[in-house]
Design a protein around this ligand. Structure first.
Ligand code: PRP
Length: 213
């Protein structure tokens, strides 16, 4: 029996609420203010859990370095970051996909077309696999702006409802990969805190399989 709390890195933003709901359905008593708080560290001592709230792209970094035992991260982030962590579960929440998009009826520049993205690694490997040489322009958000103002020929970005593309007059050209959120673990924590981790995996798994049926 290990008394130190399991530390879980949670992604702030759109995945957060779905992840919190999943944990509640799995029977974890999270306080109501959990979802609204601006605190970055939240102790839920009744459950022997501690949550750290990070930017989604940073969750695997906290887990890789072992300051969090577990984390919840989108597959998009996992592909981009390639951190030394294990993926334990597909939580099947926050489904979306990565796509290539741009202005309608436009061809990419033949020489070094510019691709704007928050995912430079994913975008480079994708275009390399397609045999296309591209110039990657790294942005941190509002990626859809880039082709409209002439910063890039195409973007590589997340599409969820498709509303952002539509409202900005952009169209999808290629579907790269489907994305859902994953439960990830630090390899050392997985060995040392195996019982506690197996328990949380079992409880979450039960909820996920119920949802599928
Ligand atoms: C994400 C993504 C798209 C949008 C897609 O951005 O980068 O812009 O959501 O969602 P939709 O298909 O439902 O419209 P986010 O809101 O995370 O903000 P960002 O612009 O800072 O990346």
């Amino acid at each position: 029996m290990n008394d130190t709390p399991l530390i879980i890195a949670m992604p702030k933003g759109r995945i957060f609420h779905e992840a919190a709901e999943l944990l509640r359905k799995a029977g974890y008593q999270l306080p109501p203010e959990f979802d609204e708080s601006r605190k970055l560290i939240v102790d839920v001592s009744e459950e022997n859990l501690q949550f750290i709230l990070a930017k989604p792209m940073d969750v695997p970094t906290y887990v890789e370095h072992g300051v969090a035992d577990l984390g919840i991260a989108g597959k998009d982030v996992m592909l981009e970051e390639e951190r030394d962590v294990y993926e334990l579960l597909d939580l099947k929440i926050s489904p979306c996909y990565l796509a290539v998009a741009g202005l309608p009826d436009t061809k990419m520049n033949e020489v070094a077309p510019k691709i704007a993205t928050k995912y430079p690694n994913v975008a480079s490997s994708y275009f390399r696999e397609q045999g296309e040489q591209v110039e990657i322009i790294k942005l941190n958000g509002s990626i859809e702006l880039a082709p409209i103002v002439g910063l890039a020929d195409r973007i590589v970005d997340i599409v969820s409802t498709g509303r952002t593309l539509k409202e900005n007059g952009l169209v999808e050209y290629e579907h790269i990969v489907d994305v859902t959120s994953r439960l990830i673990v630090n390899p050392v924590s997985y060995r040392i805190k195996d019982a506690a981790i197996e328990q949380i995996v079992d409880r979450l798994n039960r909820v996920i399989s119920e949802k599928v049926v």
